[in-house]
Design a protein around this ligand. Structure first.
Ligand SMILES: Nc1ncnc2c1ncn2[C@@H]1O[C@H](COP(=O)(O)OP(=O)(O)OP(=O)(O)O)[C@@H](O)[C@H]1O
Ligand SMILES: [Mg+2]
Length: 260
């Protein structure tokens, strides 16, 4: 073999190309004269946890709702795994949503269903993925195990603590093996110890399920532990981007306000 050929075969790209899972460009949304998003950009790359922080009412939840087609943006583009969300019909949107897990603010369990039934619910909704006689027990148990709550399978939500409910809600999302997870305030309303458990769980989920996650949070500890990268949202636009370490030592007054 000629030396030159050998080199070609052995060559690796100088820069590893990361696959974008979500790409938002110049996203704008106003409600009447309330301009909420005013040219927001975001890239979520495969395998990373990206945190978005912004003051209450700056449009973080609106942005996440635009992402899954629940709110129609005024302008801008949103690509999720290469597909332009705004142009999809309902069937295509439903199909894409199967690959996206949500843990939304106040994500509620169905109170009249056991933990097992709560986890089976999304499986039934996405029936075409599973055979008619598919035995869910193994999958439900395995998924509960990954949030450390296999023993709660036959309990009712009313028998669970707030932190446990949040873990079950996460399990209900994980059971469909999403490629992307959207977390909207995953630790809100939880005490510091329970918050810490959820944050650690989010890291485990990233490792075990190889997910890419967009995490919206006010919780500085959460951002520090889970994020590979962060975007700070101010007045509807990206004010700053970087790692937690970079941003948290910034001298900029507006950036410092996020880390108080
Ligand atoms: N469906 C809607 N109709 C009209 N206004 C809306 C609607 N949804 C959100 N808004 C407005 O958009 C702005 C941003 O709301 P959003 O819920 O995105 O804030 P947020 O950044 O998620 O805040 P928080 O941190 O409190 O959750 C608010 O002024 C809100 O009143
Ligand atoms: Mg919100």
């Amino acid at each position: 073999m000629m030396k030159q050929e050998w080199h070609i075969q052995d060559a690796k790209p100088a820069v590893e190309v990361k696959r974008p899972m979500i790409k938002i460009r110049n996203l704008k949304k106003a409600f009447g004269d309330n301009t909420v998003l005013n040219g927001f950009d975001l890239d979520l790359f495969e395998g990373e946890n990206l945190v978005v922080m912004g003051k209450s009412g700056t449009g973080k939840s609106v942005m996440i709702k635009c992402l899954v087609g629940l709110i129609e943006p005024d302008s801008g583009s949103i690509e999720v795994m290469g597909k332009n969300i705004v142009k999809l019909n309902q069937v295509e949107l439903d199909d894409l949503r199967t690959d996206i897990g949500f843990l939304f603010q106040g994500s509620a369990l169905y109170d009249s269903m056991t933990v097992r039934e709560n986890l089976e619910f999304p499986l039934r909704r996405h029936k075409k993925r599973y055979a008619e006689n598919f035995d869910t027990t193994e999958l439900v148990t395995k998924t509960l195990n990954s949030v450390g709550l296999a023993h709660t399978i036959d309990l009712m939500p009313s028998e669970l603590s707030g932190g446990m409910k949040r873990r079950i809600a996460l399990a209900r999302t994980l059971i469909l093996k999403p490629k992307i997870i959207l977390y909207d305030e995953p630790t809100s309303g939880l005490d510091p110890i329970t918050s810490k458990e959820i944050v650690e769980l989010m890291r485990n989920v990233q490792r075990e399920y190889k997910t890419s996650a967009l995490i919206i949070t006010h919780d500085v500890d959460c951002a520090r532990v889970v994020s590979e990268r962060m975007i700070l949202l101010v007045d509807g636009v990206n004010y700053a981007e970087g790692t937690f370490a970079e941003l948290s030592k910034s001298e900029d007054e507006k950036i410092r306000a996020f880390f108080k």
